[in-house]
Design a protein around this ligand. Structure first.
Ligand code: NAP
Length: 328
């Protein structure tokens, strides 16, 4: 592909358009930084970019919405709010970056022609998020937000009095299972081996919880239900025996992957690939590059915490531009 460099150098380019990126866009736009948001592409089941919340039907814990609202509605509102203050959006994906010198360079295909375009910026906010690992079953995608979930904190409340399955054997799965016992009639943890990967302390807590049952050496082969989850089909990995477990909810907790491939060799990451930011700040190891949201947070992973760090990143970028005398 040929390259056609853009002529202007932006004060700030934001990569990613979940709650972190869009909150950063609102704050940066209101600070007259005229941000460009490279917003990514819609997922296969949504019509606009916006990250994981585009796959979430009901959000009841985002402050300010008494009756709750749908994920796409929240993201649409945030995007319109940022646009109202002058943020610009490009529906494309950053494919490579060069943060080794000023101005920073980001390459992304032009949304209409597909030709690679170079974008220049004095500061960059990375908010590319993380994605939940999924089992890869067709029914899993069809029933996402209809009983299949990847976040107990977000969705547990909807499963009051129901039988729930949690898939996975790591700390996340056990944490989700323990949390879900507050709502579910029963919680069944399905793990593909006989030994849990989770830490000893989490194992002890889960084993002591009378509401949690364990199904060992088992994988989910299908999820039953059309408009909502009705149960899961299981296969024992040692005996080959097939079984069916009726449940109203399936929480897939087999790990997350941060969307940081494009930043390898550019930004410091931890062993799991999450971007490393300074304590109490969104600064990465490259002065002028900031990171917010799930791409640098594997602890909280909430829309509101992502939005909070998005606000921090915009303020950090604004101050950095001012202190270094770079603001246009
Ligand atoms: P993880 O430790 O990688 O565990 C993933 C689990 O999912 C493993 O048990 C794995 O099975 C299973 N799994 C993976 N792919 C699967 C598949 N296709 N089908 C069925 N099962 C599958 O991920 P995590 O639990 O999200 O934890 C990530 C990191 O965050 C860990 O370092 C963890 O300690 C940390 N964390 C800590 C806490 C806490 O301290 N409270 C809470 C959450 C997470 P195998 O065991 O067979 O590989």
């Amino acid at each position: 592909m040929s390259e056609s460099p853009t002529t202007s150098v932006r004060d700030v380019i934001i990569i990613g358009s979940g709650p972190a990126g869009l909150t950063a866009a609102i704050y940066a736009a209101r600070a007259n930084l005229a941000p460009l948001v490279i917003e990514g592409f819609p997922s296969s089941t949504s019509d606009q970019p916006g990250g994981q919340l585009m796959l979430t039907s009901d959000i009841e814990n985002f402050p300010g919405f008494i009756e709750g609202l749908a994920g796409p509605e929240l993201m649409g509102n945030m995007r319109s709010q940022a646009a109202r203050f002058g943020a610009e959006f490009l529906t494309t994906k950053a494919e490579r970056v060069d943060f080794s010198s000023q101005p920073f360079r980001i390459w992304a295909p032009d949304p209409s022609t597909g030709v690679e375009v170079e974008h220049l910026a004095r500061s960059v906010i990375v908010s590319t998020g993380a994605r939940s690992l999924m089992l890869g079953l067709p029914a899993e995608e069809q029933l996402l937000s209809k009983g299949v979930s990847t976040c107990a904190t977000c969705d547990g409340f909807f499963f009051r009095g129901q039988d729930i399955a949690v898939i996975g054997g790591g700390d996340s799965a056990l944490e989700e299972a323990i949390f879900l016992t507050k709502f579910g009639e029963t919680v069944t943890l399905v793990h593909r081996r006989k030994e849990l990967r989770a830490s000893k302390i989490m194992q002890d807590r889960a084993f002591k919880n009378p509401k949690i049952k364990f199904v060992w050496d088992s994988v989910v082969t299908d999820i039953a239900g059309t408009s909502k989850v009705e149960g899961i089909h299981l296969r024992n990995t040692t005996s080959g025996e097939e079984s069916y477990l009726p449940v109203g909810g399936v929480f897939v907790a087999i790990g997350h992957v941060p969307n940081t491939g494009v930043f390898s060799d550019q930004l410091d990451m931890d062993d799991a690939g999450y971007l490393v930011t300074a304590v109490g700040s969104t600064a990465t190891n490259v002065p002028g590059v900031f990171a917010c949201g799930d791409v640098q947070d594997h602890t909280y992973r909430q829309a509101i915490t992502a939005a909070g760090t998005g606000c921090m990143a915009a303020i950090d970028a604004e101050r950095w531009l001012e202190v270094t005398g770079q603001e246009s």
